[in-house]
Design a binder for this molecule. Structure first.
Ligand code: BEZ
Ligand code: FE
Length: 246
């Protein structure tokens, strides 16, 4: 068995097309790495964590620098569409200690599976924020329930996925980037446990430890001491940071 000349040419044409569609907004080579599982392999090899530490996963293309700085407890939706969702997280270290004043950055898609940057003409930052944990390492925010979304599939990566019979979906998630002195920075997601794409995530980013219970509530009292006239969701989670390398 060897590569035929036609196969060689198809490979060259694929890589050429990948380069041609790449610009300052779209990085098709990174998407190719993500969808081949290479990004997740590199993350796993460079983020070996001791038992109990929260696992890292892919960064993705939708983080925006300098998101709004919000107080803990804030509503970060800022016009993003979706059912209300109240998230409360705590940051701890490997010995169970709270990590005080950790910097926590959050970004996510909305009910339509779209990030703010995917809406043509929109310049508002929606469903993204940076927050500071309190002295006990706690951060809470109100947002909208994220939904699953397809990755950009109108280019060579989409053709590769179609040719190999793979789907193009990522299961619903919220991105977190957490940083605190003395600890290893963590880039990860929390996934919704009911999502239909957990087993087939197109970028291989799911870790079972990151699949979390999101509880649906009937209208009534909400965790921020108010009330919701419509059903809402809650998510509570403890992140465990690894120690910074000595
Ligand atoms: C994301 O989760 O935002 C993402 C990750 C990899 C490829 C596309 C999207
Ligand atoms: Fe994402």
């Amino acid at each position: 068995m060897h590569l035929t000349e036609a196969e060689w040419l198809a490979g060259i044409q694929f890589l050429t097309a990948t380069g041609e569609i790449t610009d300052d907004k779209r990085q098709e080579f990174v998407l190719l790495s993500d969808t081949l599982g290479l990004s997740m392999l590199v993350i796993a090899q460079n983020n070996r964590k001791p038992p109990g530490a929260t696992e890292a996963t892919v960064f993705g293309p939708y983080r925006v620098a300098n998101p709004p700085e919000c107080e803990s407890g804030a509503d970060i939706a800022n016009g993003a569409v979706g059912q209300p969702c109240y998230v409360a997280v705590q940051i701890r270290g490997l010995r169970g200690e709270p990590v005080p004043h950790a910097a926590v950055e959050i970004w996510q898609a909305d009910a339509d599976g779209l990030y703010d940057v995917q809406y043509a003409g929109n310049t508002d930052m929606r469903a993204r924020a940076t927050m500071r944990a309190d002295a006990q390492g706690r951060v809470a925010f109100k947002t909208v329930l994220p939904e699953a979304y397809p990755i950009p599939a109108d280019g060579p990566v989409g053709r590769m996925l179609a040719a190999s019979g793979r789907d193009v979906w990522r299961p619903a998630h919220i991105h977190f980037m957490i940083d605190a002195p003395g600890y290893e920075p963590l880039v990860t997601h929390l996934f919704r446990h009911t999502d239909q794409y957990l087993e087939t995530d197109v970028v291989f980013g799911v870790r079972s430890s990151l699949v979390t219970q999101w509880h649906r509530h009937e209208p009534g009292a909400t965790p921020d001491g108010r009330a919701s006239a419509i059903p809402f969701y809650t998510l509570d989670h403890v992140f465990v940071l690894n120690d910074a390398p000595a």
